[in-house]
Design a protein around this ligand. Structure first.
Ligand code: ZN
Ligand code: ZN
Length: 552
């Protein structure tokens, strides 16, 4: 009899940074790890965010025992508001993570139906044939965990996002002794975070940022405005601590920062001395060197408080000469342009801006090469799959694994949708399930596909030409030359000759072809082919051509 195998199916986060989602399946049981979003790439025009394709899960809905969330970052929880109404399975996480999930679900009005289960950072629970144990890991926010999953085939360790900070600001250091124990026991498979597999050495401790903040608070002549992710609770804590030390009061600006901080205060993950947090209207009349503002906008998000301040568009806060602005975050790939523009605008208004290239105002939350090697050495897995990263990160992480003695044949670089089947003796990629990007644009989820994106790209590159063909209602004959309207293609005032020539061309073509305007699909194609060729010859551009028929 063939023994059933364990299936590992990444639905997101492999070959890209973001939208992390991993499926583990054994016989009739499925568990899902993380459900994140990805920020859109520059070429995904007009898209708000990207979530994984969960068709595989929808087809196997009955098998899903639960979703486990490793920590509260957007790239791990952000897709829950879209998936929970469809899947309706319990979600397991630590307390702070649950708080962050609740804030997210509330924003999209998906909270009331959700079944959220809180598990302590070293708790255990059973989902079908899987026994799941959390272990604390250090990351850039408290209550982050990795997973030890006992399966009928063997033990699987999932690192979550982690680093090995021995002096974290809040939260626990990564539980290395538990991992060493497991290593001795024998681990079948390790899945480990590859986000910073390119960086040699060790990731610096969060403490470094605390020291920088201290200097800034002491020396800044006026207000200090710190911007970071709202989920970076430990950074917000560092700002409050440092403000307290320098007798500054702290004002939180913006909805998501306020919601998240309130939740973290209530749950006890954020501590503020009495009276240090103020309401914005209390700021009036205070000496500027006694003020600290905390806000979102570290990614240049157009609707964030910082960007509105930078554009003189914020109702309550205006940038003043003498302000010091601290951008305490790493740019998410794809956001660099937006961030640079925001920094420029802030400088223009007379502010001093400190960001990661000019000051130690941020350390990231992921392990560098030496830390990755240490984890591999402690866990000593039979099989290894690098997760969370673009292809080069995964590939470099696989090389690191080989350098510490994991055979090449036991290391699998997977892509989203791959099915890896594992038995105690061997692992093999046996197929592929549906995977890819689902685009969220305004209120619409998923109805924008690659075709719409391609159209938007085409429009943004070479513009659009609308050809209005008038035909006589009775006779069905062409009425004169067609009208041509264009946007984003050529300056119509300067290109009148070419446009006129193209009108003649369409008229002649349709006249000579002998086609009746009733044969619309034929005419449609004919007009597009003719103009495509003509415009390309004239301009070397390919605008989108939209023929249009009106009956007069
Ligand atoms: Zn993270
Ligand atoms: Zn992450």
């Amino acid at each position: 009899m063939v023994k059933p195998k364990l299936k590992i199916i990444p639905l997101g986060g492999l070959g890209e940074i973001g939208k992390n989602m991993m499926v583990m399946e054994y016989e009739d049981d499925i568990i899902v790890i993380d459900a994140g979003i990805m920020f859109p790439q520059e070429e995904m025009l007009g898209i708000d965010l990207v979530i994984p394709d969960i068709n595989y899960l929808l087809e196997n809905r009955d098998k899903i025992r639960g979703i486990i969330i490793t920590h509260g970052h957007e790239d791990h929880i952000g897709a829950l508001p879209y998936f929970l109404p469809q899947l309706n399975v319990p979600v397991y996480s630590t307390k702070l993570t649950q708080g962050l999930i609740s804030v997210k679900l509330k924003e999209r009005k998906a909270l009331s139906e959700a079944k959220l289960e809180v598990v302590p950072p070293n708790g255990q629970f059973t989902l079908g044939k899987f026994r799941v144990e959390f272990f604390p890991v250090c990351h850039s926010l408290p209550d982050s965990i990795g997973l030890i999953i006992y399966t009928p085939v063997g033990i699987v360790v999932h690192s979550g996002d982690f680093k090995l900070d021995y002096t974290p600001v809040s939260g626990k250091p990564t539980d290395l002794s538990r991992l060493a124990q497991l290593g001795a026991q024998g681990v079948l498979l390790l899945l480990s975070d590859s986000t910073y597999a390119e960086l040699p050495g060790y990731t610096p401790s969060e403490r470094v940022v605390g020291e920088t903040l201290d200097h800034i608070m002491a020396d800044a002549p006026g207000r200090v405005i710190v911007t970071t992710f709202s989920s970076l609770v430990s950074r917000v804590q560092q700002v409050i601590d440092s403000a307290a030390k320098h007798e500054r009061r702290v004002f939180i600006v913006g909805q998501s920062m306020s919601d998240t901080s309130r939740m973290a205060l209530e749950l006890g993950y954020l501590n503020a001395p009495d009276g240090i947090l103020g309401r914005l209207d209390e700021m009036k009349g205070m000496p500027h060197d006694k003020i600290v503002l905390i806000t979102t906008g570290s990614q240049g998000e157009p609707t964030s408080a910082l960007v509105r301040m930078a554009n003189r568009d914020h109702r309550q806060v205006h940038i003043l000469r003498g302000d010091t602005i601290v951008i305490s975050a790493t740019p998410v790939p794809g956001n660099e342009g937006l961030i640079n523009r925001t920094v420029d605008n802030l400088f223009k208004q007379g502010a001093q801006v400190l960001y990661d290239k000019v000051a130690r105002v941020h350390v990231h939350g992921h392990a560098s090469q030496e830390e990755l090697k240490l984890l591999l050495n402690l866990v000593r897995p039979t099989f290894f799959v690098p997760i969370h990263g673009e292809y080069r990160h995964l590939s470099l992480h696989a090389k690191l694994a080989q350098s510490v003695g994991i055979p090449k044949d036991n290391t699998f670089i997977l892509e989203d949708g791959d099915i890896l089947e594992i038995s105690p003796e061997a692992g093999k990629i046996t197929g592929k399930v549906a995977s890819g990007n689902v685009y969220v644009d305004g209120l619409s989820v998923g109805d924008i596909g690659p075709v719409v994106i391609r159209d938007r790209r085409m429009l943004s590159r070479d513009g659009i030409v609308v050809v209005i063909i008038a035909v006589n209602k009775q006779t069905g004959k062409l009425v004169g030359r067609p009208d041509i309207v264009s946007r984003g293609f050529v300056d119509t005032r300067e290109s009148t000759d070419m446009i006129n020539e193209s009108r003649d061309l369409v008229f002649r073509t349709l006249d000579h072809s002998g086609a009746r305007p009733a044969e619309w699909s034929f005419i449609n194609t004919k007009v597009r082919d003719t103009l495509n060729k003509f415009y390309y010859e004239q301009t070397k551009r390919r605008p989108m051509i939209l023929p249009f028929m009106v009956k007069v």
